[in-house]
Write a protein that binds this ligand. Structure first.
Ligand SMILES: [Zn+2]
Length: 91
């Protein structure tokens, strides 16, 4: 009687392994796509680091006239296409 039970258990175990192998092979192709998308987010981080250091002010050793009020100043700030003194700059 004991031998009959062991045979039944062996048969069930073999069938179970067959099902597990099928589901495993089906699940493998899916994870490939998410991994491929990750490098794109890394490029975005690199662009943030490349933030351009825009020169917002210029220094003139001999002084330069403000484009708005005409006052002669050593340092002017960029306002759109004009360079203005500290009083005319919109902070
Ligand atoms: Zn000015």
């Amino acid at each position: 009687m004991t031998e009959d039970r062991s045979l039944d258990d062996f048969a069930e175990a073999a069938a179970g392994d067959g099902d597990a192998a099928r589901t495993g092979s089906d699940a493998e192709p899916d994870p490939v796509d998410p991994d491929g998308a990750k490098p794109d987010s890394g490029d975005l981080d690199g662009a943030a680091d490349a933030d351009p250091a825009v020169a917002t002010s210029t220094w003139h050793a001999d002084g330069a006239a403000c484009d708005r009020c005409g006052e002669r100043v050593h340092r002017r700030w960029r306002e759109a296409d004009a360079f203005v003194c500290a009083d005319c700059a919109s902070w």
